[in-house]
Design a protein around this ligand. Structure first.
Ligand SMILES: O=C(O)CCC(=O)C(=O)O
Ligand SMILES: [Fe+2]
Length: 448
């Protein structure tokens, strides 16, 4: 569960506004998501057509769609899979598998405006920042976990948040699990999500607990096969929290987003277990733009890639995923019912909440809320730099303050306030994260 939909207008400093507005507000997608929440029965294609016809006005698009009762529904790409194929049977392999951070760039197979469908683990590893393990758990264990989570999900809730000054709900239900009573209290009283508190925090269930060490082992093994990125924590990945999502039927979804790094730190890794109905996980790379608004890479690099997520598959989102790519679960026109889950899909994202990113330590904004950690994703200038900003504006009825601060980490992602572990030498030699410029310092000090 994360910032799958965000506010488009945020009252904030000019620096933050520039970074955030152009950086990661996919306004068309946000508008589409809003339209979808208003008109859940219409396909994304129909909603997009209406949005384009109304030059981006959500209100006009919604009223034109509501007026035209006869609007035909356009078919979506099928989500069910007849036969799983590998790209390797069609094309010769271009480079070593192992993801985007390997020395050689994999040959680009994605295309802007079309979707590349991947089913084979080697294809996934080669063309996306993810890896996938099919048939991850022994069958009975997967089914036990699925049954347990289906029962739990009966009391899951939709997340409510603000979008374009409207209150909308997430297009699926979710809950959050931690291991101990102490962690549960900390999560409820010390952590903030969408600028507010999380009400539904639960103790880990027997099956979630049973599976956790297996996920931990598999993820750590997968990490070993990839190069450590700058700012990536070299410590053992230790899942101490799990967000569980339930998609009840083909129309339930999650829009394109990057997961919040605020409590996971930079270059976070996430283990994501799928159970029940198979669905499509779509990913696409964020190509930054230069000062003249031109893409800095091949437009096809932004093409959508769909990864098929069958029952009992573990998807590992590697360390280049959240900063450089976005992901989503698309609504499906049809699904193959699962013998235990029926129309439902359960997704469990195991996460490693880092001690030194506890909100007691992270910067606070002028509203005295722990700030949220973001990355410059769309601008070539400052691309990849991390910054802290206020996220109070996500709360219905509240606005964000103008707080902005560049984040400073050493090469292992240790934040500057963790003085015992922070390696100053890494910062002295860094060009990518040199700390704020004189103008930025002035601006920051003015705003603090
Ligand atoms: O359901 C999934 O596979 C993805 C869920 C997700 O992206 C999230 O919880 O942040
Ligand atoms: Fe996510």
């Amino acid at each position: 569960m994360d910032a799958f939909l965000r506010r488009a207008k945020r009252k904030s400093s000019s620096v933050t506004q520039e970074l955030v507005q152009d950086d990661d507000e996919d306004s068309t997608e946000v508008k589409l998501a809003l339209l979808a929440s208003l008109l859940p029965d219409l396909s994304h294609e129909v909603l997009l057509d209406a949005l384009l016809a109304q030059e981006g006005s959500v209100e006009q698009a919604a009223s034109s769609l509501l007026d035209s009762q006869t609007e035909p529904k356009k078919p979506r790409a099928p989500v069910t899979v007849g036969a799983q194929t590998s790209l390797r049977s069609f094309a010769s392999k271009s480079s070593a598998a192992g993801g985007a951070e390997t020395a050689k760039k994999p040959r680009l197979l994605s295309k802007k405006g079309t979707t590349l469908y991947l089913y084979d683990p080697e294809d996934v590893a080669e063309h996306t920042p993810c890896s996938i393990i099919h048939n991850f758990l022994p069958q009975e264990e997967a089914n036990d976990l699925l049954r347990e989570m289906l029962e739990e999900s009966k009391s899951f809730n939709k997340v409510t948040f603000k979008l374009f000054d409207n209150i909308v709900q997430s297009p699926h239900r979710s809950s959050f699990y931690v291991a101990t009573e102490a962690e549960l209290n900390t999560q409820k009283h010390e952590y903030f999500y969408y600028g507010g508190r999380l009400e539904d925090v639960r103790r880990i269930t027997p099956q979630l607990l049973r599976v956790r060490p297996k996920v931990q082992e598999a993820v750590n093994k997968a990490i070993q096969s990839r190069k450590k990125l700058r700012f990536q924590c070299p410590d053992e990945w230790t899942p101490n929290a799990a967000f569980v999502n339930c998609y009840n039927g083909p129309h339930e979804s999650v829009g394109y987003h990057s997961d919040h790094l605020t409590y996971l730190g930079p270059r976070a890794i996430i283990g994501s277990l799928s159970l029940g109905v198979a669905r499509e996980f779509r990913v696409r790379r964020i190509v930054p733009k230069d000062a003249d608004n031109n893409l800095t890479d091949d437009a096809d690099a932004q093409g959508q890639i769909s990864i098929h997520l069958p029952h009992n598959s573990l998807l590992i989102m590697h360390s280049n995923m959240q900063e450089e790519w976005k992901h989503s679960i698309t609504p499906a026109q049809a699904i193959d019912p699962h013998p235990i889950a029926g129309n439902r899909r359960i997704n469990i994202t195991y996460r490693d909440y880092k001690r030194n990113f506890h909100p007691n330590f992270t910067p606070r904004c002028q509203c005295n809320l722990p700030a949220i950690l973001r990355t410059v994703q769309r601008k070539k200038d400052n691309w990849g730099r991390y910054f802290w900003m206020c996220h109070r504006g996500n709360v219905p009825g509240q606005v964000s303050c103008s707080f902005f601060q560049w984040a400073v980490f050493d090469d292992d992602g240790v934040p500057e306030w963790d003085t015992a572990r922070f390696k100053k030498k890494d910062i002295a030699t860094t060009e990518q994260n040199p700390g704020p410029s004189a103008t930025e310092k002035q601006l920051i000090s003015k705003e603090q």
